[in-house]
Design a protein around this ligand. Structure first.
Ligand SMILES: Nc1ncnc2c1ncn2[C@@H]1O[C@H](COP(=O)(O)OP(=O)(O)O)[C@@H](O)[C@H]1O
Ligand SMILES: [Mg+2]
Length: 321
């Protein structure tokens, strides 16, 4: 078999520390509830996606900003340990490294409060300094934890160089139409779809409506997550991917895994529908552990999961992971 082409993925996005406490229930205002589990991990959507891409075998570069504090340094070391190139991450003495405080109850309901810190102090020159890397990459992945002007600048550089552009619009905010027009693929969940399109996504049909709205406004293709599955709509038509049979624990980070996997497959020059199938399987596996990063699967895990799914479809049995 011919060797796979290695995808070169560039992510411009947020980097934070996630502090997570799980307890029996979420506290009401003014209340304290004693929890039973504490996790501290590397987080932020940019970090999650770049680690996801590296675990899937891509060359992953992250452009972002952390504080000049010890936490920021620790996060950079972790990213490097995952094989992510962090040379284009700047250290800002004027802000602290991004932080997210998360509370999760036993059924997975959560609340979080974040201080984006250095992430929100990224500026256009951060992107321009990485211009050559963005131009060389196969795919640029952007999310919205960094200022919109930074996202727009990165997308401009990518478009001028012929680099593919994937947008994961989280946390959601109104977007300039010129940004949407420059996006090859947008990938979003139901809540984000509602903010951007006004369509309440509850099933496949409403996911299609939201996707149609985004395509009319100029995006090339859209992947909308509905509660029952992911819908891909592009110029070649529609693909519906029902949720896969996994014992899910926590969907946090599963969307980042989806976006990253989509970029990796596109960077390997696979078709969009193939890329969406690969991303769908990757995100299903990413739901099986608490916390965003710990659940991100590697290439081998995704491929053996997909092989099992194909086998069970052929034999008519249902597979469960
Ligand atoms: N069982 C499953 N099979 C396939 N995909 C799943 C499954 N459970 C969750 N997902 C996918 O995980 C993703 C979660 O996305 P999102 O809400 O953006 O997560 P986050 O932003 O926390 O990373 C969606 O694309 C959803 O369809
Ligand atoms: Mg998301």
């Amino acid at each position: 078999m011919a060797a796979r082409r290695q995808a070169d993925i560039l992510v411009v996005g947020g980097i934070s520390t996630d502090f997570l406490v799980q307890g029996p229930r979420l506290p009401r205002q003014g209340q304290n509830v004693e929890g039973h589990l504490f996790l501290e991990s590397l987080g932020g959507k940019g970090a999650n996606a770049s680690v996801a891409a590296a675990r899937l075998g891509a060359r992953a570069t992250l452009v972002g900003r952390v504080g000049a504090d010890a936490r920021g340094l620790g996060l950079l070391e972790q990213l490097e340990g995952e094989g992510v190139d962090t040379l284009a991450v700047t250290r800002d003495p004027g802000a602290s490294t991004g932080v997210v405080l998360e509370m999760v109850d036993e059924s997975g309901h959560r609340q979080s409060l974040s201080a984006e810190g250095a992430n929100r102090r990224m500026r256009v020159p951060d992107v321009l300094a990485a211009e050559e890397r963005i131009s060389r990459a196969d795919v640029l992945l952007v999310q919205l934890e960094v200022p919109l002007e930074v996202v727009v600048a990165a997308v401009h550089v990518a478009r001028a160089a012929g680099t593919h552009v994937v947008l994961d619009p989280a946390p959601p905010t109104a977007l300039p139409e010129e940004l949407l027009e420059a996006v090859h693929v947008i990938r979003l969940n139901d809540l984000e779809a509602e903010v951007l399109t006004g369509v309440e996504v509850v099933d496949r049909a409403s996911a299609r409506q939201a996707a149609e709205n985004l395509l009319r406004r100029g995006v090339g293709s859209a992947v909308v997550a509905a509660p029952q599955g992911n819908l891909l709509l592009g110029s070649e038509g529609e693909l519906w991917l029902p949720n896969l049979p996994v014992d899910w624990v926590d969907t946090t980070g599963a969307g980042d895994a989806f976006s990253a996997a989509l970029c990796v497959a596109l960077g390997e020059r696979r078709s969009l529908s193939d890329a969406a199938r690969f991303a769908h399987a990757t995100s299903a596996l990413a739901t099986m552990r608490l916390g965003a990063l710990s659940g991100l699967p590697n290439r081998e895990q995704v491929e053996s999961f997909m092989a099992r799914l194909a086998m069970s479809a052929l034999s008519g049995e249902s597979a469960r992971w």
